[in-house]
Ligand binder design. Structure first.
Ligand SMILES: [Zn+2]
Length: 349
């Protein structure tokens, strides 16, 4: 939740890995980047049309003010001891096959939804006030008549490994493989989550194609904690696997905090640029002014020089005329010396 920017970079890096894996593993029907990215899902296949045209799509960005603090959904999650684990291009999925598999369910408005499987996304698909977590686990429950209720749990990084999930995350097969393994996971931690910090509830869809709607979502507001080592173990396998948040007519649109923060940053940058622009302008003006002054001074000096030269020429001409006149009238050079102040006066004109 608090490493949004860092994980954004990791996500971009990871999405590249996903593309590489998808290419290596053959043609991918849909993905999280390139020509089969989420924005194109609706056009990839007629059966995916809800991805593009649906009005109740998931995931969404929750306003923290929408947290439910009462009427906790009834969730039963006994410890998982054995599951069929499948690693695909976009997720790791655990299907319980232990003796407690029928005892994991949730009850919503009197209807029982049996846990069918759970899987993980990195980073989280749902956002809260525009922020996302490091990962999100979806516990997919199904009713007898085929309706879906999904319980979502955010995962947040902490320093210590979470022992409750230690064996779950380490005992997984390779990419594209599936196997039944002893899987120790103390899921009772999960059943307490709604009551611990509240939950979000809305009617949405599958977050992957075919994006079918009518999914009753319950997302715990308080995250589970796992170490970066544990989260990375998953992220290394599946890469970036989060659909962008969708507009859902069941929920009010929430201002996306990172976007708002980015806008604020931009605004700050703008104002910084603005405040930089001002000094720059005044500096420019100053420079222009200085240049103007320099230019003005040069013109002045040029004018003075031209006027001076013209003056000198006029004085010289007058002097020559007078000298000529004196020569003609027989006056001496002494008198010429007296004419120097006169010449100075003529120069000043
Ligand atoms: Zn999911």
């Amino acid at each position: 939740m608090y490493r949004v920017a860092l994980f954004s970079w990791l996500a971009i890096f990871a999405s590249t890995s996903v593309v590489a894996l998808a290419d290596a593993g053959g043609k991918s029907d849909w993905s999280y980047s390139g020509r089969t990215a989420p924005q194109f899902w609706g056009e990839l296949n007629p059966s995916y049309s809800a991805c593009g045209k649906g009005k109740l799509q998931s995931p969404v960005n929750f306003a923290s003010s929408l947290i439910h603090k009462k009427d906790w959904p009834e969730i039963h999650m006994p410890t998982l001891t054995k599951s069929n684990v499948t690693v695909s291009k976009h997720t790791i999925q655990w299907t319980p096959v232990d003796e407690h598999k029928d005892q994991r369910f949730m009850v919503v408005k009197g209807v029982k939804y049996q846990l069918a499987q759970f899987h993980i996304h990195t980073p989280s698909e749902h956002h809260v006030d525009g922020l996302f977590y490091d990962a999100e686990i979806h516990f997919v429950h199904k009713s007898a008549d085929g309706k879906l209720a999904v319980f979502g749990v955010f995962i947040e990084e902490t320093k210590e490994d979470n022992p409750a999930w230690m064996h779950l995350l380490t005992n997984v097969p390779g990419m594209g493989k599936s196997k039944v393994v002893p899987t120790l996971a103390f899921l009772n931690e999960v059943e307490k989550m709604p009551a611990r910090g509240g939950y979000f509830n809305y009617l949405g869809s599958l977050t992957v194609p075919p994006c079918n709607e009518g999914v009753n979502w319950f997302v715990a507001a308080t995250p589970l904690r796992m170490s970066m080592h544990q989260i990375n173990a998953v992220a290394k396998l599946i890469g970036f696997s989060a659909r962008p948040v969708q507009f859902n007519t069941n929920l009010p649109e929430v201002a996306d905090v990172p976007a708002a923060a980015a806008a604020a940053d931009k605004k700050d940058q703008g104002s910084t640029q603005g405040s930089r622009a001002s000094p720059m302008s005044s500096s420019d003006a100053e420079q222009t002014h200085t240049q103007t002054v320099v230019s003005h001074d040069a013109t002045e000096w040029l004018t003075i020089l031209v006027v001076g030269l013209v003056g000198v020429a006029v004085v010289a001409a007058l002097f020559m005329v007078r000298v000529q006149g004196r020569k003609e009238s027989g006056q001496d050079g002494g008198e010429r010396m007296h004419k120097v102040p006169e010449r100075d006066e003529e120069e000043r004109v």
